[in-house]
Design a protein around this ligand. Structure first.
Ligand SMILES: [Fe+2]
Length: 311
């Protein structure tokens, strides 16, 4: 018996199909990873704020059903995760911001979608339930006010889990990813480089100047900021999930994040945009603001609106 020279029976995967964004991303909403920075980002003009407003306008043009957002200031103990179900949430107050910038902004909790998220998470094995007394925090409403200055769309807040397991939060994003096919806008709000212990606070405390940059950012901040940009802009699909979770093992991670809370939303975003179906999806970083010398507020969008869909 000679060598079998017949071609393999299984046909090879269609060349380049996975990498053709038009094919893989049709009908999937983009997902944002926003760095909300300090509370002063709520009241000050910035490139980030301009970009947030643009993203909000685009989302409204596409007639989104609502926003589903994970922040950086609400976590649950044990193995629990919660979804905000307070029908009339108050806002946690913030310092260094004129109250006129936020006190009268009307929040719009989306209770039906909250229940839908609880059901999706429970079905996937999460210990998930609603929290009917949770008040909203600036990590979320700072972003909403900039994105949607004329009115808040129906919004659902997903908590973090206080064990800060990157794979857990990635799975939360993966579980809620199907909402992208139903015209929901998923957002993670945290920070690319966000270590409050290593910020230089004096210009903000003395002069209300959060953008003062008397010295360059320190090496560890530049290094980790670059690592985050590289992962988000240069990987996609399951590779994005692996690379994003691995960032928490980066030698500069603990310098860039004294606590894990402001990086969990990045895991959520990787879960929501890191399916095989997302291979080759576009990713952009259209805006960035350094604050307090060492805090890097990078703004990312993963995926893009399908050209064929209009409101
Ligand atoms: Fe924060």
């Amino acid at each position: 018996m000679g060598m079998d020279s017949s071609p393999p029976s299984a046909s090879p995967p269609p060349k380049n199909e996975w990498y053709t964004n038009e094919l893989t991303n049709a009908g999937l909403t983009p997902v944002h990873f926003f760095s909300h920075g300090s509370t002063m980002m709520l009241g000050e003009k910035s490139a980030s704020a301009d970009y947030w407003r643009k993203c909000g306008a685009e989302a409204l043009e596409r007639n989104i059903k609502g926003v589903v957002i994970m922040g950086a200031h609400w976590d649950c103990l044990g193995d629990k995760i919660q979804v905000a179900t307070n029908p009339q949430p108050a806002k946690s107050p913030v310092a260094y911001v004129d109250p006129d910038k936020y006190v009268n902004y009307k929040l719009n909790p989306d209770l039906p979608t909250a229940q839908r998220c609880i059901d999706m998470l429970t079905q996937e094995g999460f210990n998930a339930d609603g929290n009917a007394s949770f008040d909203w925090i600036h990590d979320v409403y700072l972003i909403l006010i900039h994105m949607f200055p004329n009115g808040c769309p129906p919004t659902t807040i997903i908590s973090m889990n206080a064990r800060y397991d990157p794979h857990y939060h990635m799975k939360v994003g993966a579980t809620l990813r199907p909402l992208r096919k139903d015209n929901y806008l998923l957002i993670g709000t945290g920070g690319a480089v966000h270590n409050l212990y290593r910020n230089l606070w004096a210009p903000m405390l003395r002069f209300r100047d959060n953008f003062a940059q008397e010295t360059p950012p320190e090496e560890w901040a530049l290094e980790f900021r670059q690592a985050v940009e590289d992962v988000i802009l240069k990987t996609s699909g399951p590779q994005l999930r692996r690379a994003m979770t691995r960032l928490m093992k980066h030698p500069r991670f603990r310098d860039a994040h004294a606590t894990d809370d402001h990086f969990m939303a990045a895991m959520f975003v990787a879960g929501a945009t890191g399916d095989v179906e997302d291979l080759g999806a576009s990713a952009v970083m259209p805006a960035e603001d350094w604050e307090l010398t060492n805090m890097c507020n990078s703004q990312f969008t993963l995926g893009a609106w399908s050209k064929g869909i209009t409101a």
